[in-house]
Design a protein around this ligand. Structure first.
Ligand SMILES: C[S@@+](CC[C@H](N)C(=O)[O-])C[C@H]1O[C@@H](n2cnc3c(N)ncnc32)[C@H](O)[C@@H]1O
Length: 446
């Protein structure tokens, strides 16, 4: 606490000192008048920043408490940006995002600059509470172990990380299969821990903390599939000092990349919401790494970050990784975008369209559900996609989509998901990883 106070005070006095030095060359008293009010607003601002810093430093120690606070900001952003009744241009969406972000942070008495500064300077050592549930996923994703205080539940031949089918829709002709989780004695206790407690998810040597929240997406079958594909494509051997995980969620992809490829020296995690950045910060602090690896945390829509990126705006990342949301807004179901971080194809489309200005090598993972939107971007830009690894057929089990009556049925009618009457889940789709090839020289995605 004393160390923090000293560091904070040094910063405050340093700023006051610089402020004073700049002013002391004034020799005409009348020149001072405009500065008197500037001095008081300046001091007020410095004090507010210092207060915000102490306040956050205290709270960040407790990850859960700080998450509750930033979640209120995230909720305002999601409500405002995703719930527009009329389609917005990218510029309008970005402006709306920034206004809401600034307003919502202000009403939580936080200063965005200070929040991001704390993350980027690694000023806090976050402490996670006890883990309620430990999830270990086997390399082929077929065996998932859920360890809670009273034992371990094992799902074999799993098709998803959380393979529960209790909330799946039951279209006509579908034969319900027993739930791989709730048909087992520990099912209820594992579910309680999954829904309410701190969860640690481990895959391929990477562990991340996660908790069930609207604004935080866990690493799931898509992310595991993506890293397997990257691995099979020789990811470990690509020479790359800088990597960016866009739409980082828990930071799983970026952490995996740094673990796999020792040439990475700077990893940038970015998201449009604060909770993912906070959780990623926590996950990075628990991730065993050398001092030669530096993390950066960027907040903003796509790569339209509200602070300067680590290497300036013009530098390309060596590698960009993106596992974006891919639920499309289809006619009659525009409200699927509302209030959700998993809906919308805007990030997916943006990363493909702007690949050449984002990174030298850009990998993106998406579902056949969004193929039409992707094809439209490819036609418009002349870019193409190189498939990396294998496509994987996985169940479509997005709760948010099921809550929109008729939406999944409409996806099936449109050929975006397929119906399997005798399987463990009724609807399935195919997920693939691609490298974006700028210009007209690669293959078309299928
Ligand atoms: C499907 S999750 C994937 C999370 C993580 N990369 C993983 O693979 O586990 C998509 C992430 O993208 C973020 N996101 C969605 N739209 C975004 C946008 N326009 N700009 C930046 N991030 C966005 C969401 O907040 C979420 O964390």
């Amino acid at each position: 606490m004393i160390r923090r106070f000293r560091a904070g005070w040094a910063k405050v006095t340093g700023k006051l000192g610089r402020f004073y030095c700049r002013r002391r060359y004034l020799n005409d008293v009348s020149q001072l008048i405009p500065y008197v009010s500037n001095v008081s607003t300046g001091i007020d601002h410095i004090l507010r920043k210092a207060a915000c810093r102490y306040d956050l430093l205290d709270q960040l120690d407790d990850v859960e408490e700080s998450l509750d606070r930033v979640s209120r900001i995230d909720e305002s952003i999601m409500n405002a940006v995703r719930s527009m009744k009329h389609p917005l241009t990218l510029e309008q969406r970005t402006t709306c995002y920034r206004h809401v972000l600034i307003g919502a942070t202000h009403s939580e008495s936080l200063i965005l600059e200070t929040v991001l500064d704390l993350l980027n300077t690694g000023s806090v050592t976050p402490q996670c509470g006890p883990v309620a549930l430990d999830v270990s996923v086997s390399h082929d994703c077929k065996t998932i172990e859920f360890a809670v205080a009273d034992g371990t539940l094992t799902v074999t031949d799993a098709s998803l990380m959380w393979d529960c089918n209790c909330h799946d829709p039951y279209p006509a002709g579908y034969r319900r299969a027993p739930c791989p989780i709730h048909s087992k004695p520990l099912g209820e206790s594992v579910t309680r821990a999954f829904n309410n407690g701190l969860v640690r998810i481990t895959y391929d040597g990477i562990s991340v903390f996660w908790r069930q929240k609207k604004d935080l997406w866990p690493p799931s079958i898509d992310a595991f599939h993506m890293v397997r594909n990257l691995d099979s494509d020789g990811y470990a051997k690509i020479p790359a000092r800088t990597v960016c995980d866009v739409g980082c969620g828990t930071g799983f992809l970026g952490l995996w990349a740094c673990n796999k490829n020792v040439s990475h020296k700077h990893v940038t995690f970015s998201d449009w919401l604060l909770s993912p950045l906070f959780v990623t910060y926590t996950n990075f602090s628990y991730f065993p790494h050398t001092l030669t690896l530096t993390p950066h945390y960027m907040l903003g829509l796509h790569d339209n970050w509200i602070s300067k990126p680590p290497f300036g705006f013009r530098r390309l990342f060596d590698i960009v990784l993106c596992n974006p949301p891919y639920l499309p807004s289809i006619p009659g179901f525009e409200d699927v975008l509302y209030d959700s971080t998993v809906a919308g194809t805007d990030l997916l489309e943006y990363v493909i369209e702007h690949a050449a200005t984002l990174g030298r090598t850009v990998y993106v993972n998406f579902s056949s559900i969004a193929q039409k939107e992707v094809n439209a971007v490819l036609r418009r830009t002349g870019h193409s996609l190189r498939r990396v690894g294998q496509a994987k057929i996985v169940p479509f089990r997005v709760r948010h989509a099921f809550d929109k009556v008729g939406y999944t049925h409409a996806l099936a009618e449109d050929g975006r998901v397929i119906f399997r009457p005798d399987d463990i889940h009724p609807y399935w789709h195919s997920v693939s990883t691609y490298q974006v090839v700028a210009g007209r020289c690669g293959e078309q995605a299928d």
